[in-house]
Design a protein around this ligand. Structure first.
Ligand code: HEC
Length: 166
Protein backbone atom coordinates (compact mmCIF):
# COMPACT_ATOMS: atom_id res chain seq x y z
CA UNK A 1 0.00 0.00 0.00
CA UNK A 2 2.68 2.39 1.00
CA UNK A 3 4.63 1.54 -2.15
CA UNK A 4 1.69 2.34 -4.45
CA UNK A 5 1.13 5.71 -2.76
CA UNK A 6 4.81 6.48 -3.21
CA UNK A 7 4.49 5.69 -6.93
CA UNK A 8 1.36 7.87 -7.26
CA UNK A 9 3.24 10.72 -5.62
CA UNK A 10 6.36 10.40 -7.73
CA UNK A 11 4.85 9.79 -11.20
CA UNK A 12 3.32 13.30 -11.58
CA UNK A 13 6.57 14.80 -10.36
CA UNK A 14 8.53 12.69 -12.80
CA UNK A 15 6.23 13.74 -15.66
CA UNK A 16 6.64 17.38 -14.70
CA UNK A 17 10.42 17.03 -14.88
CA UNK A 18 10.15 15.34 -18.31
CA UNK A 19 7.84 18.06 -19.64
CA UNK A 20 10.17 20.76 -18.35
CA UNK A 21 13.17 19.16 -20.05
CA UNK A 22 11.18 18.83 -23.28
CA UNK A 23 10.00 22.45 -23.16
CA UNK A 24 13.47 23.77 -22.36
CA UNK A 25 14.88 21.75 -25.26
CA UNK A 26 12.38 22.98 -27.80
CA UNK A 27 12.86 26.59 -26.63
CA UNK A 28 16.55 26.20 -27.14
CA UNK A 29 16.33 24.80 -30.66
CA UNK A 30 13.81 27.39 -31.83
CA UNK A 31 16.19 30.01 -30.47
CA UNK A 32 18.95 28.50 -32.60
CA UNK A 33 16.68 28.50 -35.67
CA UNK A 34 15.93 32.18 -35.18
CA UNK A 35 19.62 32.94 -34.95
CA UNK A 36 20.30 30.97 -38.14
CA UNK A 37 17.58 32.74 -40.09
CA UNK A 38 18.96 36.07 -38.87
CA UNK A 39 22.35 35.13 -40.31
CA UNK A 40 20.96 34.23 -43.74
CA UNK A 41 18.98 37.48 -43.78
CA UNK A 42 22.20 39.41 -43.22
CA UNK A 43 23.97 37.47 -45.98
CA UNK A 44 21.14 38.12 -48.43
CA UNK A 45 21.19 41.82 -47.70
CA UNK A 46 24.96 42.21 -48.02
CA UNK A 47 25.32 40.41 -51.40
CA UNK A 48 23.48 42.88 -53.70
CA UNK A 49 25.21 45.79 -51.94
CA UNK A 50 28.70 44.63 -53.02
CA UNK A 51 27.41 43.93 -56.55
CA UNK A 52 25.94 47.40 -56.82
CA UNK A 53 29.28 48.92 -55.85
CA UNK A 54 31.03 47.44 -58.92
CA UNK A 55 31.02 49.87 -61.87
CA UNK A 56 28.76 48.57 -64.70
CA UNK A 57 31.56 48.69 -67.31
CA UNK A 58 33.22 45.74 -65.54
CA UNK A 59 30.29 43.39 -66.15
CA UNK A 60 29.24 44.88 -69.50
CA UNK A 61 32.82 45.12 -70.78
CA UNK A 62 33.47 41.54 -69.73
CA UNK A 63 30.58 40.38 -71.95
CA UNK A 64 32.09 42.13 -75.01
CA UNK A 65 35.57 40.88 -74.12
CA UNK A 66 34.35 37.28 -73.85
CA UNK A 67 32.50 37.42 -77.16
CA UNK A 68 35.10 39.29 -79.21
CA UNK A 69 38.57 39.46 -77.68
CA UNK A 70 38.99 36.41 -75.44
CA UNK A 71 39.92 33.91 -78.19
CA UNK A 72 43.10 35.83 -78.90
CA UNK A 73 43.97 37.72 -75.72
CA UNK A 74 42.77 34.92 -73.37
CA UNK A 75 40.56 35.08 -70.27
CA UNK A 76 43.42 36.32 -68.09
CA UNK A 77 44.61 38.91 -70.63
CA UNK A 78 47.88 36.99 -71.00
CA UNK A 79 47.68 36.64 -74.79
CA UNK A 80 49.48 33.84 -76.68
CA UNK A 81 53.28 34.09 -77.14
CA UNK A 82 54.23 34.82 -80.75
CA UNK A 83 50.57 35.18 -81.77
CA UNK A 84 48.68 37.76 -79.68
CA UNK A 85 50.18 40.24 -77.21
CA UNK A 86 49.25 40.32 -73.52
CA UNK A 87 47.03 43.19 -72.30
CA UNK A 88 48.65 43.30 -68.86
CA UNK A 89 50.24 46.55 -67.70
CA UNK A 90 51.26 47.74 -71.18
CA UNK A 91 51.51 51.40 -72.21
CA UNK A 92 48.97 50.87 -75.00
CA UNK A 93 46.35 49.58 -72.55
CA UNK A 94 47.02 51.85 -69.57
CA UNK A 95 48.25 55.02 -71.26
CA UNK A 96 46.61 57.58 -73.55
CA UNK A 97 42.90 56.81 -74.03
CA UNK A 98 42.89 57.70 -77.74
CA UNK A 99 45.81 55.34 -78.43
CA UNK A 100 43.84 52.46 -76.95
CA UNK A 101 40.67 53.49 -78.81
CA UNK A 102 42.62 53.64 -82.06
CA UNK A 103 43.89 50.07 -81.52
CA UNK A 104 40.41 48.74 -80.76
CA UNK A 105 38.81 50.60 -83.69
CA UNK A 106 41.56 50.07 -86.30
CA UNK A 107 43.22 46.85 -85.00
CA UNK A 108 46.65 46.06 -86.44
CA UNK A 109 46.28 49.06 -88.79
CA UNK A 110 46.77 51.29 -85.76
CA UNK A 111 50.23 52.69 -85.17
CA UNK A 112 51.31 50.23 -82.48
CA UNK A 113 54.94 51.37 -82.52
CA UNK A 114 56.22 47.82 -82.63
CA UNK A 115 57.82 45.42 -85.06
CA UNK A 116 54.84 43.96 -86.95
CA UNK A 117 56.49 40.52 -87.04
CA UNK A 118 56.45 40.24 -83.25
CA UNK A 119 52.95 38.73 -83.28
CA UNK A 120 51.92 36.48 -86.16
CA UNK A 121 48.18 37.16 -85.84
CA UNK A 122 46.42 40.16 -87.35
CA UNK A 123 43.84 42.01 -85.27
CA UNK A 124 40.95 43.39 -87.26
CA UNK A 125 39.39 46.73 -86.32
CA UNK A 126 36.28 46.69 -84.17
CA UNK A 127 34.78 49.97 -85.37
CA UNK A 128 31.52 48.13 -86.02
CA UNK A 129 30.90 47.94 -82.25
CA UNK A 130 28.78 50.70 -80.69
CA UNK A 131 30.29 53.55 -78.63
CA UNK A 132 28.95 51.96 -75.43
CA UNK A 133 30.47 48.53 -76.17
CA UNK A 134 33.86 50.01 -77.09
CA UNK A 135 33.87 52.20 -73.96
CA UNK A 136 32.93 49.22 -71.79
CA UNK A 137 35.48 46.79 -73.21
CA UNK A 138 38.24 49.43 -73.13
CA UNK A 139 37.40 50.27 -69.50
CA UNK A 140 37.20 46.58 -68.67
CA UNK A 141 40.71 45.78 -69.94
CA UNK A 142 42.06 48.95 -68.26
CA UNK A 143 40.71 47.60 -64.94
CA UNK A 144 41.21 43.83 -65.17
CA UNK A 145 44.18 41.43 -65.16
CA UNK A 146 45.82 43.58 -62.46
CA UNK A 147 45.45 46.75 -64.56
CA UNK A 148 44.25 50.02 -63.05
CA UNK A 149 43.49 53.09 -65.19
CA UNK A 150 40.71 55.63 -65.61
CA UNK A 151 37.70 54.18 -67.48
CA UNK A 152 36.72 55.50 -70.91
CA UNK A 153 33.20 56.87 -71.50
CA UNK A 154 30.93 56.39 -74.52
CA UNK A 155 31.09 60.12 -75.27
CA UNK A 156 34.89 59.94 -75.33
CA UNK A 157 34.57 57.13 -77.89
CA UNK A 158 32.11 59.22 -79.95
CA UNK A 159 34.45 62.23 -79.84
CA UNK A 160 37.43 60.13 -80.94
CA UNK A 161 35.40 58.55 -83.74
CA UNK A 162 34.26 61.86 -85.15
CA UNK A 163 37.87 63.09 -85.01
CA UNK A 164 39.11 60.14 -87.10
CA UNK A 165 35.78 59.61 -88.93
CA UNK A 166 35.58 55.85 -88.27
C1 HEC B 1 42.30 37.52 -83.99
C2 HEC B 1 42.92 37.74 -82.70
C3 HEC B 1 42.57 39.02 -81.98
C4 HEC B 1 41.34 39.45 -81.52
C5 HEC B 1 40.01 38.75 -81.68
C6 HEC B 1 41.59 40.68 -80.81
N1 HEC B 1 42.91 41.00 -80.85
FE1 HEC B 1 43.79 42.58 -79.96
N2 HEC B 1 45.56 42.08 -80.82
C7 HEC B 1 45.79 40.97 -81.59
C8 HEC B 1 47.12 41.07 -82.16
C9 HEC B 1 47.77 40.04 -83.08
C10 HEC B 1 47.68 42.25 -81.68
C11 HEC B 1 49.04 42.82 -82.03
C12 HEC B 1 48.86 43.58 -83.30
C13 HEC B 1 50.11 44.13 -83.88
O1 HEC B 1 51.12 44.25 -83.20
O2 HEC B 1 50.04 44.49 -85.09
C14 HEC B 1 46.68 42.87 -80.82
C15 HEC B 1 46.87 44.03 -80.10
C16 HEC B 1 45.98 44.53 -79.19
C17 HEC B 1 46.26 45.60 -78.28
C18 HEC B 1 47.60 46.32 -78.09
C19 HEC B 1 48.34 45.59 -76.97
C20 HEC B 1 49.57 46.32 -76.53
O3 HEC B 1 49.70 46.61 -75.34
O4 HEC B 1 50.41 46.63 -77.39
C21 HEC B 1 45.11 45.84 -77.58
C22 HEC B 1 44.90 46.87 -76.48
C23 HEC B 1 44.13 44.91 -78.06
N3 HEC B 1 44.68 44.12 -79.03
C24 HEC B 1 42.83 44.84 -77.58
C25 HEC B 1 41.86 44.01 -78.13
C26 HEC B 1 40.47 44.08 -77.76
C27 HEC B 1 39.87 45.01 -76.73
C28 HEC B 1 39.83 43.15 -78.51
C29 HEC B 1 38.36 42.86 -78.55
C30 HEC B 1 37.49 43.97 -78.87
C31 HEC B 1 40.84 42.48 -79.32
N4 HEC B 1 42.05 43.04 -79.06
C32 HEC B 1 40.59 41.43 -80.19
C33 HEC B 1 44.90 39.96 -81.82
C34 HEC B 1 43.54 40.01 -81.55
Amino acid sequence: MANIRLLKDTIPGFLLVLTTIFLLNSCNSSGKKKEASKNTEIQNVSKPVTKAELPPYLSEGKKVYRQVCLTCHQANGGGVPGLNPPLIKTDNVLGDKNTLLEIIIKGSEADLARDKSEYANVMQGYGMLGDEDIANVASYIRNSFGNKAEPITASEVAAFRSAIKK
